[in-house]
Write a protein that binds this ligand. Structure first.
Ligand code: SAH
Length: 246
């Protein structure tokens, strides 16, 4: 099912490096299904490293109490900087800290990351990472949503999953990517398969018509309606770009 053209140059595998206090959480769910198959086929690679290796004392401590007081602990700048300096992928691969304070991950950013050589990810724990290392190493902060996780690992897995499925050869049919939610700035239309009647509910008649143009229009209308009803933010962007194109 590979989409690679016969004369395409072989592409270096997309590289992911993860700096974490829990390296055994990787590849975790990314060892299964699409991402797992692509990992086994060498379309991408994943290495997880333990930040604790860079602890400066014999107790292996990586965190300390926050200056200014308050609850929780903070990951030390010196420890995280050593981990970054030893382990990060060479530029231009971006260096990303998964952070509830980051810019929201978008399909567009996932596409950019997937188009590059790979990514180095830093997973926080406790209250997060000392701000100075984020600034000193020019780390990009990315959030996966407006809620707080207990660590960056699940966010890293989510980001990697979003990127890996976009790599050439990972998903057989390129169209199944371009039609998806967020690709055209819309949520996707609803899907139906057999049985044709389920608990008295029929499949929308147009989908059985065989009329490809009517089906395309119906799907577009459904995508627009769903986006308008559920996501005012996406809808206003979409409506604005549509207006500027008209
Ligand atoms: N005190 C922080 C939250 C710390 S949660 C704050 O209020 O912003 C511990 C770690 O989980 C963070 O360092 C970060 O790596 C990760 N994390 C939590 N929520 C996240 C989110 N929405 N997106 C990405 N990473 C997140």
């Amino acid at each position: 099912m590979s989409e690679t053209t016969p004369n395409a140059l072989p592409r270096a595998p997309w590289q992911a490096r993860v700096l974490t206090l829990y390296p055994e959480m990787f590849p975790g769910p990314l060892g299964f299904a699409l991402a797992g198959r692509a990992l086994n086929e060498g379309l991408w690679s994943l290495e997880a490293f333990d930040i604790r290796r860079f602890a400066r004392d014999r107790h292996g401590s990586v965190d300390d109490a926050p200056f200014g007081g308050g609850p929780g602990m903070v990951m030390r700048a010196d420890v995280v900087a050593d981990a970054i300096d030893t382990l990060r992928l060479p530029a231009p691969a971006p260096l990303v800290y998964l952070s509830a304070r980051g810019r929201m991950l978008t399909q567009a950013r996932a596409r950019e990351l997937a188009a590059g050589p790979g990514v180095t990810l830093i997973c926080g724990r406790f209250e997060g990472v000392d701000q100075r290392v984020i600034e000193a190493r020019e780390v990009e902060e990315i959030s996966i949503g407006d809620y707080v996780l207990s660590g960056g690992e699940i966010a890293a897995l989510a980001l990697l999953d979003a990127c890996v499925r976009l790599l050439p050869g990972v998903i057989g049919r390129a169209e199944s990517l371009t039609e998806e939610s967020h690709e055209a700035g819309l949520l996707e239309y609803p899907h139906y398969t057999r049985p044709q009647t389920f608990e008295g509910r029929a499949v929308p008649e147009v989908l059985l018509s065989g009329n490809h143009e009517r089906i395309r229009l119906w799907r577009r209308t459904e995508a627009e309606r769903t986006t308008r009803e559920r996501r005012a933010d996406l809808w206003s962007n979409y409506a604005a770009t549509r207006a500027s194109r008209a």
